[in-house]
Design a protein around this ligand. Structure first.
Ligand SMILES: O=C(O)CCC(=O)C(=O)O
Length: 260
């Protein structure tokens, strides 16, 4: 199973429509991949707080439509990263991930549960999701999480309990905490004996330099592929059978005592 993570650069000088078109073009170029992943809030930038309400869209809006067409043209499953989603005019805004089928259908959405910013930014401007979301693909089951969610292992354990074998984490993670990003992505893979696809952004927006360093980790915790700091498409081959193999050979998940 081939996966492609598009570590898109978010540059405030590039208009949203231009970045949307560029992202769609990059998705189309991934024909031959089974699953393509984009980062968190790439249309506006995860720290562009003034855009959260101004540029929010519905899940039938221009970003979702462009991604649906790109997924269909490329014939790939597409985790289109997340968008600022406002379902009703004047209503709450969510940080919502979109998963599209190779036919271009919106199969599932996931609203980020843990909002980042403490008393600023997303934490006050957006509303929290409440639903644990998995998506069955032909070869694996995706467990969905977004950026700051990576710090909350109980979410990932709940996803595994729902059958997830590949944990997908779009992000807009800052360079300042890059070590946390790399460490936590591997930790989530090891403790959940699952693949982790962690796709961040590149560039600097709203004065926040992004970490890049998207990473694909296998269920043993081995890094299969890691990006540098700049825009790049990271490709890796996964063997979905590897998850069952690791869980059988080293059955730590079966030894859980708490929280079952
Ligand atoms: O947890 C962190 O250090 C970064 C989280 C973040 O940037 C986000 O969730 O948007």
């Amino acid at each position: 199973m081939r996966v492609s993570l598009i570590q898109l650069a978010v540059d405030p000088a590039e208009p949203v429509a231009a970045r949307r078109a560029r992202a769609a073009r990059l998705v189309r170029e991934q024909r031959g991949s089974d699953l393509v992943v984009l980062p968190e809030l790439w249309h506006i930038g995860a720290f562009a707080y003034e855009s959260f309400t101004r540029d929010a869209e519905t899940v039938e809006g221009p970003t979702a439509r462009a991604m649906a067409e790109a997924a269909r043209d490329a014939g790939v499953w597409l985790h289109a990263g997340s968008i600022a989603e406002r379902p009703e005019p004047g209503g709450p805004v969510f940080n919502t991930s979109l998963v599209l089928s190779p036919a271009g259908e919106l199969v599932r959405t996931y609203r980020k549960i843990h909002r980042f910013g403490f008393d600023r930014g997303e934490a006050v401007l957006m509303s929290a999701g409440t639903e644990i979301v998995t998506v069955d693909l032909p070869a694996t089951t995706l467990g969905l999480a977004t950026c700051y969610d990576l710090r909350f292992p109980e979410l990932f354990r709940a996803l595994v309990d729902e059958g997830a074998t590949t944990l997908v984490v779009p992000a807009g993670w800052p360079e300042r905490r890059r070590e946390h990003w790399s460490l936590l992505a591997r930790a989530r893979a090891v403790e959940n004996q699952s693949y982790v696809l962690a796709c961040g952004t590149a560039g600097t927006h709203a004065g926040v330099r992004q970490a890049g360093h998207s990473v694909v980790v296998d269920p043993w915790g081995t890094v299969l592929a890691e990006a540098g700091p700049d825009e790049e498409v990271l490709t890796a081959e996964l063997d979905p059978a590897e998850v069952a193999k690791v869980r059988e050979e080293f059955p730590a998940l079966k030894d859980r005592v708490l929280g079952r």
